[in-house]
Ligand binder design. Structure first.
Ligand code: HEM
Length: 307
């Protein structure tokens, strides 16, 4: 039976125990430890949150986007009105798409920024070189780094590639399923096999990279081997996956991350607290579906005078 309510409520509502009690040991453990309940509560809270956002957008109306233009949800609501071929954009589907975007976008982006700051503080030479580039490209009288400055910051882009090579936020990408039988390096893979691609290990493979454990953005500066891309065309660097299910957020997140990092480094110098030395910084990763730092990064900002 599809579980629509908590087990105790279901029993009180007159369902028979065999309708609601778990039928396998794994389901029993989930039910008995309260995990099912927590998942239900979380799903309910998410649904309420997303329903409120959808309702507010509907109230504003598709024409009410104002000067800032349409946001992502406005576009989905407009597509619904205009009609989409073969797919009805119900409220539930729209909420699922938004939830997917939030889940896929937040932790990946914040972790990448945190690892970037950690690597820069651990490698003061790279930090100084990047701050020099930012100072060269921007002028003292401009209040903030502009999006148009980013294309002139080659080293900044190399720093992000190097951060994502060493710290792919989705180390095993997301599970894929083979659609047809294949043979890969002598291994027969039947159709419908669940596959995990270890992008983390590929990024550190000594067969593909010189000194793979070293943080050296210079490996991505210039042409030749340095031109390796990370958008799914060069298989030695696939932090965003590859193929038709590759990350669709690349063009959103790169400018956002680049702007954030360039702004943090333009306006502040960053130091470790309590006289800690860069060599003392714990660069370990915690295990999980993503790769957060084992120890959260704590830094002290020192305001810079721009000249
Ligand atoms: C540094 C930041 C990010 C990284 C490293 C990253 C990485 C990934 C990876 C590895 C996948 C799975 C691809 C595959 O298995 O082939 C994925 C999927 C996805 N990403 Fe990202 N992502 C990032 C940020 C974002 C952002 C900002 C958004 C949205 C604005 C986003 C939206 C999505 C969505 C919707 C999917 C699922 C696509 C599908 O199922 O077809 N991601 N991402």
């Amino acid at each position: 039976m599809k579980q629509l309510m908590g087990n105790s409520e279901a029993l009180m509502a007159g369902f028979q125990p065999e309708d609601v009690l778990p039928d396998t040991p794994a389901r029993f453990v989930r039910w008995a430890t309260g995990l099912d309940r927590k998942v239900d509560d979380m799903a309910e809270a998410w649904d309420k949150f997303l329903s409120e956002i959808v309702a507010a957008h509907k109230e504003k109306g598709v024409d009410g986007a104002g000067e800032e233009g349409e946001d992502f949800l406005d576009v989905l609501l407009r597509l619904r009105e205009e009609g989409t071929d073969g797919l009805e954009l119900t409220d539930d589907r729209i909420k699922s798409i938004i939830e997917d975007m939030i889940a896929a976008a937040t932790e990946t982006s914040s972790q990448t920024l945190e690892w970037a700051m950690a690597e820069l503080v651990a490698n003061p030479r790279v930090m100084a070189k990047l701050q020099d580039e930012i100072a060269r490209v921007t002028t003292a009288d401009q209040p903030a780094v502009a999006e148009s400055d980013l294309n002139k910051m080659e080293y900044l882009k190399a720093v992000f590639k190097e951060v994502l090579r060493l710290h792919a936020p989705a180390p095993l990408l997301v599970p894929h399923e083979s659609t047809t039988p294949a043979v890969v390096q002598g291994y027969e893979i039947p159709a419908k096999t669940a596959l995990f691609v270890n992008a983390w290990a590929i990024g550190r493979d000594p067969a593909a990279w010189d000194a793979p454990e070293e943080f050296r953005p210079e490996r991505f500066v210039g042409g030749g081997a340095a031109a390796v891309d990370f958008r799914g065309t060069d298989y030695q660097l696939i932090p965003f996956g590859a193929g038709r299910r590759t990350c669709p957020g690349i063009n959103f997140e790169l400018p956002v991350l680049e702007l954030a990092l360039a702004s943090l480094l333009r306006h502040f110098d960053w130091e470790l607290p309590g006289g800690m030395r860069p060599a003392d910084l714990d660069m370990g990763e915690a295990p999980g579906l993503t790769t957060p730092r084992r120890v959260p990064l704590v830094l002290v900002p020192k305001s810079k005078t721009l000249d």
